[in-house]
Design a protein around this ligand. Structure first.
Ligand SMILES: NC(=O)C1=CN([C@@H]2O[C@H](COP(=O)(O)OP(=O)(O)OC[C@H]3O[C@@H](n4cnc5c(N)ncnc54)[C@H](OP(=O)(O)O)[C@@H]3O)[C@@H](O)[C@H]2O)C=CC1
Ligand SMILES: O=C(O)[C@@H]1CCC=N1
Length: 273
């Protein structure tokens, strides 16, 4: 991929995940800058990945060809307006990772019809196992589109969406979903501890079971998920009892409700910010 000078505005969890994945995939660290108000996160990024760091958003943006907007949604307007006031933004490609802020709204915040790609990554990007949804409007130059896809492709799998509203579906399915899996594992760990296992052993067991299961899913793309489940479920056995308990207690509805809640919040945020 092209290695353009890239600046991350905001050096929080998601920036760290993306930079970590980029550097492991060979993106030159001297072409990456992170800007953040507080120091410790910047020091951490510099120590681990050898990137450039600054407290000055303007300097970071002035030196960049690509600007990743990685602050919390509620700060986005203030940060973009400040950049618009103090920097020449023409010719730069903007990549937003913020939940709930539409493409048009980002352009409005930046004060012009700049090239903007709206993305929705997730934290496993740190391990090169991310999943990112991307949206751009038809005016985006093919080279910029390729760059944005390659960039997020360095940290995992990507999917372009045609309809911007689908980005909220990506949030529910991939942006937020690592937290669902962690929550599920935590509940399993806690129950396992009630069976006389210490915390670490309980974690080791449930995490290995999850890792193995995820690998089975990925290595068997032609097998339906229901078939993989059937392979574990002996007739009259233990798994059948557990699965029946989940189903009787409305697991499908619970999951659909949680994902719909994530989407509803994303929609709400697009009115708020
Ligand atoms: N976490 C996740 O799993 C995902 C998050 N996102 C999106 O990523 C974005 C960032 O989220 P996340 O990384 O979790 O949040 P964090 O709070 O971890 O990071 C945000 C960072 O922005 C910094 N910041 C605050 N004000 C400014 C400013 N004026 N200029 C530059 N930086 C500033 C904060 O610095 P300080 O702490 O010093 O105030 C902080 O380090 C959000 O918009 C979120 O919607 C998208 C997908 C997944
Ligand atoms: O919770 C959030 O709003 C962000 C977006 C997806 C994951 N974290």
């Amino acid at each position: 991929m092209q290695h353009r000078n890239i600046a991350f505005i905001g050096a929080g969890n998601m920036t760290k995940s993306i930079i970590s994945g980029m550097v492991s995939s060979g993106y030159p660290s001297d072409r990456i800058t992170a800007s953040n108000p507080s120091r410790p996160k910047l020091d951490d990024l510099q120590q681990h990945f050898g990137i450039n760091i600054t407290h000055d958003n303007h300097a970071a943006v002035n030196d960049a060809e690509v600007v990743v907007l990685a602050v919390k949604p509620q700060l986005m307007e203030q940060v973009c307006q400040d950049l618009a006031k103090h920097c020449d933004l023409s010719g730069k490609l903007f990549v937003s990772i913020a939940a709930g802020i539409p493409h048009k709204r980002l352009q409005q915040m930046l004060g012009g019809e700049y090239d903007v790609v709206r993305t929705m990554p997730n934290t496993p990007s740190a391990l090169g196992k991310g999943m990112t949804g991307l949206y751009a409007d038809a005016s985006l130059d093919a080279q910029d589109k390729t760059y944005a896809g390659d960039l997020m492709g360095q940290v995992g799998d990507i999917v372009w969406v045609e309809d911007e509203a689908q980005i909220n579906g990506v949030i529910a399915a991939a942006g937020s979903s690592p937290a669902y899996f962690f929550l599920f594992l935590q509940a399993m760990q806690e129950f396992t501890m009630t069976q006389g296992f210490d915390k670490d052993t309980a974690r080791r067991m449930v995490q290995q079971a999850m890792l193995g299961s995820a690998e089975m899913v990925c290595h068997n793309p032609d097998l339906e998920l229901s078939e993989l489940r059937a392979q574990v479920t002996s007739k009259g056995g233990t798994t059948a009892q557990a699965v029946e308990h989940f189903q009787k207690n409305g697991l499908d509805k619970l999951v659909a409700g949680a994902m719909a809640a994530a989407i509803a919040r994303a929609e709400e945020m697009s009115d708020l910010f």
